[in-house]
Design a protein around this ligand. Structure first.
Ligand code: BDR
Ligand code: CA
Length: 315
């Protein structure tokens, strides 16, 4: 059976990188395009990183387009303090074996959606600016979108600020467009991804693979883990972004709750914070999203490692 048509909009980033490997290595996903955004680094660095990751994965036929250099507001918040100067610091990466398609990310998304014979799933693992821009510029594209699944926000705490998660902080206006689009939306926030820890046993499984793809993943976890330990005192890094892709491959890997979700656009201290009404306190607000709550971590890592190993053996 052919995989689900998917576009991944990302800001790679160590965990975005693993999300790309998971998608490329799975038969359940038909990766139709990768679009890039500012976020963990500049959009130029994110684009080079995406080309290098896809080169490592042997997926040089996946079209890549560069997207937003900053949020809808014009501001550009960067996460280099987590991912290093390049956005993907750590192990050496292969030189890109292919180049981007010279068209803006929203234009490529629109083209891929129009061309597809079945609705396309849009996965967003960085600030969600490109997706919002697509919905603002080409609302007719909505008809060709099955759902938008994004990593961002939280039902609980933040990371970039005490209450706001990085991706939602970096472009809250864009997330607001997505949440109000009327499309099926799934939110994978920190409350979920903090269950996706690359514990030593997981990193050992990567390092024990006798190929560059596995060993590169292990080294990424080393860099990412050191950042998470230094900044947030985590013993192991939460590997956020692949949770979105895993949910598309295996419907039982994540448990969901329907809820009304909003994003704070103004608060003096809380801009970019997601407000998730899990208990229906805003009675007049109908649910507008499915919110990830529980992760089967063992199943998650088995999926990720299977893709990584498959790509490594092919290379
Ligand atoms: C998100 O921010 C970035 O550091 C990660 O790539 C992830 O998308 C987690 O807050
Ligand atoms: Ca990301």
């Amino acid at each position: 059976m052919a995989g689900k048509p998917v576009i991944i909009d990302c800001d790679p980033g160590h965990d975005d990188a693993v999300a790309l490997l998971l998608a490329v290595g799975s038969d359940a996903i038909d990766l139709r395009a990768v679009t890039t955004t500012f976020g963990n680094c500049s959009v130029e660095d994110a684009t080079r990183n995406a080309l290098q990751i896809l080169t490592l994965a042997g997926a040089t036929d996946v079209p890549v387009a560069r997207g937003a250099a900053g949020a809808l507001s014009g501001l550009s918040t960067l996460g280099n303090y987590v991912h290093g100067a390049s956005g993907l610091d750590g192990p050496p990466m292969p030189a890109p074996a292919f180049d981007i398609v010279e068209e803006p990310a929203p234009a490529m998304m629109r083209r891929v959606i129009e061309k597809s014979s079945e609705p396309v799933t849009v996965v967003a693992t960085g600030p969600i600016t490109n997706v919002a821009q697509l919905l603002l510029d080409s609302p007719e594209s909505k008809e060709g979108i099955r759902e938008i699944i994004f990593m961002g926000g939280s039902t609980e705490r933040g990371n970039h600020t005490p209450t706001a998660e990085f991706n939602t902080y970096a472009d809250p206006e864009a997330l607001d467009v997505v949440l109000q689009s009327g499309l099926p939306v799934r939110m994978v926030g920190l409350n979920l991804t903090h269950q996706a820890l690359a514990a030593p046993a997981v990193v050992e499984r990567m390092a024990a693979m006798h190929h560059t793809v596995g060993q590169t993943c292990a080294a990424w976890m080393g860099f990412f883990g050191a950042s998470y330990n230094r900044i947030w005192e985590f013993d192991a890094p939460p590997v956020h972004d692949p949770c979105t892709v895993a949910a598309l491959i295996d419907r039982d890997v994540i448990g969901w709750r329907e809820a009304f979700v909003a994003v704070e656009l103004e608060g003096k201290w809380t801009r970019g914070t997601t407000v998730v009404d899990l208990h229906g306190r805003y009675r007049e607000q109908a649910p507008n999203a499915k919110v990830a709550i529980t992760l089967d971590a063992e199943r998650y890592w088995d999926l990720v490692l299977k893709s990584v190993d498959r790509l490594g053996r092919q290379s």
